[in-house]
Design a protein around this ligand. Structure first.
Ligand SMILES: Cc1ncc(COP(=O)(O)O)c(C=O)c1O
Length: 474
């Protein structure tokens, strides 16, 4: 493709995208292809000779959309959302045309300085105090890894990176049993090991039991192990489990432990002051992550990682070979020293476009609608005799089960609910996923797609009840 053809084909791509978004609710939400269907249509090796953009684009239209699960579909109720608001998409296109690698201030001062400003805008928007600074990491998994590495280095007096972990004390990190698997993975990658992530039971309100936490810390100290930090959950993945941030941070302060709050999904909702009770005490935490790419529309990958003492993060993550040094400038920030990646995308541009194009009030209205529509569906299902609400809505997430009278045996009910998830997703009008809650299979329902409307909830109710009642029940 020649450079002169760029304008034509980028207009063609924009036309395709606009059409796609206009008609997206005509597609089944989850891809309906079988494993291997798409790969079978792609040659097994790259072409030696250039092909025309006409052919490439035609193949794209013919092959790819059919094998996509449509995350921008208004009836995407699975997992957590991954939204790309139109303004964010436009910013991404502009950022891609500049193709900047934003590792250092000097490799694009606009990217670094806009990132500083956008982190500040978001910090203020979610009500965090200005004692927090921050950075955009690619994902919450990376932010959590950085936090766990910082816990590790802080407790090892910054010797872990230097000397490795052999011969060091056995470091311990604590989290509730309802935290996300990215915390387990961070423990593996940080070299601390799964067995040193101490999973603490939760109370009836699904929050980490702080008495059990204190007991576990005391037991570790008595055994000569070294407590390093606590990961606090605000809006867990299965059903929105939320710890008492203040109580956990107070325990952490007593034992000089670093705290990291995983609010990957729920954190975006804190732009609405009425939800901030969910992380009351957040000002006591050392590190907080929330994903604007989940619920705010910032498109993958954009995780806001707020940190109180950036110097400790930088001391953990920065490496400065000669070729990465910048001479002749004082007071600059090099964001590659705040995370795992050296090469970094220009993430702040989409946040800037997004926050300006919708305004905080526009985003607040969206989130409030999502929450109220989810509550509405939970109430409607609760009123049906053959459905049970397993966990009440936490923000826009609740879980339920299909519980017809004819079936009482727990394993049969589990099988029935798994079958219902498959049947719903094969039906295609909505997309849901299952989880385990108190050893029972439950169905998760989460609203969060940027363009959804109240009518999508009515379609969800009809689809769930109709498809469920068509299942063979014995
Ligand atoms: C509570 C929670 N934390 C962390 C993550 C990981 O997020 P990411 O995909 O940005 O790494 C998720 C993903 O859904 C999540 O739900």
């Amino acid at each position: 493709m020649k450079k002169e053809e760029f304008e034509r084909w980028s207009q063609e791509a924009t036309r395709w995208s606009a059409e796609y978004l206009k008609n997206i609710d005509q597609f089944p939400v989850r891809a309906q292809t079988q494993p291997g269907d798409i790969a079978a249509q792609i040659p097994t090796s790259a072409p030696d000779e250039a092909e025309s953009m006409e052919t490439i684009m035609a193949d794209f239209e013919h092959i790819i959309p059919a094998g996509m699960t449509h995350w921008q579909h208004p009836r995407f109720f699975a997992y957590f959302p991954s939204n790309a608001a139109p303004a964010a998409m436009i910013a991404e296109q502009l950022a891609t045309s500049m193709a900047a690698q934003c590792m250092l201030w000097q490799t694009s001062p606009s990217a670094t300085e806009l990132e500083q400003r956008m982190v500040q805008w978001l910090r203020d928007a979610v009500g965090l105090p200005d004692t927090f600074d921050g950075v955009f990491q690619d994902t919450a998994s990376s932010a959590t890894l950085c936090a766990i590495l910082t816990m590790r280095e802080r407790k090892l007096n910054w010797q872990g990176n230097e000397q490795g972990l052999s011969g060091q004390p056995q470091l311990r990190v604590y989290a509730s049993s309802r935290t996300h698997s990215s915390i387990d993975k961070a423990m593996w990658i940080a070299g601390l090991g799964q067995n040193n992530l101490v999973k603490i039971d939760t109370d009836n309100d699904f929050a980490l039991n702080t008495d059990a936490l204190v007991e576990a810390i005391e037991e570790d100290l008595a055994a000569g192990r070294l407590p390093a930090g606590i990961v606090i959950c605000v809006g867990g993945t299965s059903m929105g489990a939320t710890d008492n941030v203040r109580k956990v941070c107070e325990v952490a302060q007593r034992y000089d432990l670093f705290t990291h709050v995983d609010a990957a999904w729920a954190g975006s909702a804190m732009i609405c002051p009425e939800y901030r009770h969910l992380w009351e005490g957040i000002e006591l935490a050392d590190s907080v992550v929330l994903n604007p790419h989940k619920w705010l529309g910032a498109s993958m990958e954009c995780s806001a990682h707020f940190i109180k003492d950036p110097a400790s993060l930088v001391r953990t993550m920065a490496i400065q070979p000669e070729y990465l040094k910048t001479y002749g400038q004082d007071g600059i920030v090099n964001f590659s020293e705040w995370g795992v990646q050296l090469g970094r995308r220009f993430r702040a541009l989409k946040v800037w476009f997004l926050l300006r194009a919708y305004g905080l009030n526009g985003l607040r209205t969206m989130i409030r609608n999502h929450v109220s529509w989810s509550v509405k569906l939970a109430e409607q299902l609760d009123a049906e005799t053959d459905f049970t609400i397993s966990t009440q809505p936490i923000l826009s997430l609740f879980t339920f089960r299909f519980t017809p009278n004819a079936i009482t045996e727990p394993t049969k009910l589990d099988e029935l609910n798994k079958a219902l998830v498959v049947a719903l997703n094969d039906d295609g009008r909505i997309y849901l996923t299952q989880s385990l809650h108190d050893n029972e299979v439950v169905i998760r329902f989460m609203t969060g797609q940027f363009d959804m409307e109240e009518k999508d909830i009515d379609i969800a109710f009809d689809t769930i009840t109709t498809v469920a009642r068509q299942l063979p029940v014995q």
